[in-house]
Design a protein around this ligand. Structure first.
Ligand code: FAD
Length: 496
């Protein structure tokens, strides 16, 4: 099929029979028309349309190696610095479109699949069929331009015991049996962002939690069509309240939905399995294949776009009400600028220091990406705090579109004017700030940035444990030894 248009994306969704439980309603199809999802689905359709827009298509697509038709750039296996640069520009184009608010645009998991399929030999070490499976699956997702979601972690029942012991072992999705042509999965996993309107579900190992030899049944990787029998999503309350764009500028466009995934004896044919009953392979899944590096390469482009948006927003806010000259305000804005420049530097360093992995894939350098991955979850939390602090009561002087265009229009124009804006313009800006730092949508964004790549606390532990600190320890030891020598020299001199 090649790179899809928005219409093709919508047509496929409309025909799918995805089972979603939401607010007491059982949805079994036509999610594209459902009020909880239709606005964000429209935003996703716009991304697909960009692939056909002459202004973007050269960056967003490349010729398929099998058909020559244009397919999405996020599937491109980078061999040269130009390839890597093209991938980065494609990530950034899409991220800019949503101000970095859409976390699970297709390029995130396409990047993972690209790296996993390129490392097919690594999968083949358990069974050559797994190598073929991952390669074929990647090609299928590429050629049909499918939207994937993924689910990685156990339900949150008791974190004092391992994932596989939640609820005595019954809670976390696991293989209950195998038959002639596949496996059967039962249990649940957290937490599939965009699950209700994806085409495919990837059931992959966690990026952070380690599997032990006892976790065999829980240690697998496979892909499932989103409307497979027995598969259902428990979606959270939607944060798109169907309000005018003016009132909820972000929530009415970019509310991605998150859902717990329930597997009720879901059958997965072997050709859709990539790892089976192998805790060790699960533990190396992202690192040994470089998938984590390519996913983080996409993430850094998105978080750069998001930080650019925050900088634009905070500077318009401070300019609007004439506070940009105050020292502490400038210190806050400087914090946003520093974060932005740091992300850019990490991104550039990762590309500049890229090298081929053992499968010949040009892979961005992991050290700067890992630093960004460990920093941003914490740094992002400051942005809503800064916006709240600087917006102050103005964030509550935010009448709705009905007021701006209704009987209160004259009052709004007079009393809600700002130094640099008319009343209605100021309200529009402040509603955007409110949707970035106060609304339920904003709260979910902050939670997302903190957790979407795994628990930052355990990520930091893994970071510290894997980082080679020995050269720095040696340098300090050498300094101490030097100090010791220095202390001894005058003593010796004095005595002689
Ligand atoms: C908005 C959002 C979207 C998400 N989207 C996806 C998605 O698309 N796909 C997906 O698979 N996952 C997704 N996730 C899940 C994400 O991977 C997890 O939130 C993350 O891995 C943390 O796991 P948890 O939520 O179970 O937290 P928990 O593990 O329950 O942790 C809760 C708290 O307890 C602490 N804690 C728990 N256990 C330990 C321990 N052993 N050592 C130290 N501290 C501990 C943590 O530090 C944390 O403070 C999403 C999460 C959010 C919030």
């Amino acid at each position: 099929m090649a790179a899809r248009s928005g219409r093709q994306f919508l047509e496929r969704l409309s025909a799918a029979r995805v089972h979603v439980e939401i607010q007491g309603e059982t949805v079994t199809g036509h999610v594209d028309d459902h009020p909880a999802f239709r606005n964000v689905i429209h935003s996703y359709a716009e991304l697909y349309d960009m692939q056909h827009d002459p202004a973007y298509r050269d960056v967003l697509t490349y010729p398929s190696p099998t058909t020559g038709e244009p397919v999405a750039t996020s599937f491109l296996i980078p061999r040269t610095p130009e390839d890597l640069d093209k991938r980065q520009r494609a990530f950034k184009l899409w991220a800019d479109r949503s101000l970095g608010m859409l976390g699970r645009t297709p390029d995130y998991l396409n990047s993972a699949l690209m790296a996993l399929a390129s490392a097919a030999d690594w999968f083949a070490q358990a069974d050559p069929a797994f190598g073929d499976n991952i390669r074929r699956y990647y090609e299928r997702v590429r050629e049909d331009d499918l939207l994937c979601t993924h689910t990685l972690i156990p339900p949150q029942a008791n974190r004092a015991v391992s994932g596989s012991q939640q609820g005595g072992g019954a809670l976390m999705a696991h293989i209950v049996r195998e038959d002639d042509n596949g496996i059967v999965i039962k249990g649940a996993r957290m937490l599939a962002t965009v699950g209700p309107f994806a085409d495919e579900l990837l059931v992959f190992p966690s990026t952070v939690l380690r599997n032990t030899p006892e976790d065999k049944q829980y240690s697998f990787a496979c892909a499932i069509p989103n409307d497979a029998p027995g598969l259902r999503y428990l979606a959270r309350e939607p944060l798109d309240y169907g309000r005018p764009r003016h009132d909820h500028p972000l929530g009415s466009r970019f509310e991605e939905s998150d859902a717990v995934v329930v597997f009720d004896d879901v059958h997965v044919p072997y050709e859709r399995c990539f790892v089976l009953g192998d805790p060790e392979l699960c533990n190396g899944f992202y690192t040994r294949t470089s998938a984590v590096a390519h996913m983080t390469h996409q993430v850094i482009a998105r978080t750069t776009a998001k930080t650019e948006y925050i900088l634009g927003l905070v500077s318009l806010l401070t300019e609007a009400i004439g506070i940009e000259q105050f020292g502490h305000v400038q210190a806050d804005v400087a914090e946003v600028i520093t974060t932005l420049e740091m992300l850019r530097a990490f991104g550039r360093a990762a590309q500049a220091d890229a090298g081929p992995n053992e499968y010949g894939v040009l892979t961005p350098a992991w050290a700067p990406l890992n630093a960004a991955r460990n920093l941003y979850p914490r740094l992002y939390q400051r942005f809503p705090e800064i916006l709240r602090k600087l917006g102050a009561s103005g964030l509550m002087a935010t009448p709705t579109w009905a007021d701006v265009t209704g009987p209160a229009a004259a009052d709004i124009e007079t009393y809600l004017q700002a130094a640099a804006l008319g009343g209605a313009e100021r309200v529009a800006l402040f509603r955007l700030v409110w949707d970035t730092c106060i609304s339920a949508f904003a709260g979910r964004q902050a939670l997302y940035e903190y957790y979407f790549f795994g628990d930052p606390v355990r990520m930091a532990s893994a970071y510290v444990n894997s980082y080679d600190k020995s050269p720095y320890q040696a340098a300090v030891r050498a300094f101490l030894d030097r100090d010791e020598t220095a202390r001894q020299v005058p003593k010796a001199g004095y005595e002689s």
